[in-house]
Design a protein around this ligand. Structure first.
Ligand code: ADP
Ligand code: MG
Length: 299
């Protein structure tokens, strides 16, 4: 039977907006030594805004680059889709029709067929995955790197065999992110790492701001899982915090999967062992401390 103090601990956590889905998860939470954090939507607000439209094709212009990007992203639920659609709308463009075909490529971008054309919006890995050898990716790569160095997330826009340009969005780091990382360290978590599909330069900029111990960038969903498993092999008890479909494999592998309930995808909330109902990062170190107190009281 479950000890009374564990039941009480789960009850106290629930009142505080932390849904712990079983006594074993409270006990494991007391032993956490490493925390892996997703970036977009977890350390950042997850409400990026469009900051740049770089036109690379001589026959194209700002409006065309933005229009094709919006056509591909229409109907997409990725956090990067919203700022693109919002920017197109505020430029006075009508809401694009849903593309004829659309394929989200996790960690890379989106491949769509719109108006009979193949439209790619995403990172360099997306272009590699849909290699069109006539595409000049060198200029696009350089433009993307420049934007990333400024801490913005670049996305290359290609239509058929032409790279039209590169657009970028920037997301605000959550005001409580650095405090949460400090509180985790204070609660005895020795390794706090960021796992992101975003590019290295953007990840490093946000890593410095938040004070995480390590940054792993350019990750696909299965790479996030591998990063969690590597921490476990090094002897850590690992909690993973994520909000997205791309985080589900890592959430399932971690000793404790934590979903940001209010903003997170349904898949992330379902896969998680702990769901934080409020969009408040301080709940995470609170949950670790509460678990430690509860288990200590049982001894
Ligand atoms: P994170 O791990 O930080 O939550 P994702 O794995 O969701 O980020 O995305 C990683 C990268 O893949 C993004 O930074 C972007 O370059 C690209 N990407 C993913 N989905 C999209 C999309 N719908 N539109 C454009 N780019 C995308
Ligand atoms: Mg995310």
């Amino acid at each position: 039977s479950i000890p009374v103090s564990i039941v009480a601990g789960i009850g106290r956590a629930a009142k505080d907006g932390m849904l712990i889905k079983g006594g074993e998860f409270l006990e494991t939470s007391a032993r956490i030594t490493a925390v892996a954090l997703d970036k977009t939507g977890t350390l950042t607000e997850g409400r990026p805004r469009l900051t740049d439209v770089v036109v690379l094709d001589a026959g194209s212009d700002r409006g065309e680059v933005l229009t094709w990007a919006a056509r591909a992203e229409a109907g997409s639920e990725h956090p990067l889709a919203r700022p693109i659609l919002a920017a197109a709308a505020s430029d006075g463009r009508s809401t694009p029709d849903l593309p004829e075909r659309t394929e989200p490529v996790p960690g890379k971008g989106i491949a769509a067929t719109a108006d009979g054309r193949r439209v790619l919006v995403g990172n360099a890995a997306l272009l590699d995955a849909y290699v069109v050898d006539t595409v000049d990716t060198v200029g696009a790569g350089q433009a993307a790197a420049g934007l990333a160095a400024a801490g913005r997330t670049p996305m290359i826009v290609a239509v058929d065999d032409r790279v039209l340009g590169v657009i970028a969005v920037a997301d605000q780091v959550r005001p409580d992110a650095a405090g949460m990382v400090a509180d985790l360290h204070a609660a005895g978590v020795s390794e706090v790492v960021m796992l992101t599909g975003d590019v290295q330069l953007v990840a490093e900029a946000i890593g410095r701001t938040t004070g995480v111990d390590e940054v792993h960038a350019g990750l696909l969903p299965e790479d996030k899982l591998d990063a969690v498993a590597a921490l476990q092999r090094a002897g850590h008890v690992v909690a993973m915090v994520g909000d997205g479909v791309n985080d589900a494999p890592a959430l399932a592998t971690a000793d404790i999967g934590v979903a940001m309930g209010a903003a997170g995808s349904a898949v992330a909330v379902e896969t998680a062992d702990i769901a934080l109902m409020a969009d408040d990062l301080h709940k995470l170190p609170e949950a670790v401390s509460l678990a430690r107190r509860t288990v200590d009281n049982m001894r």
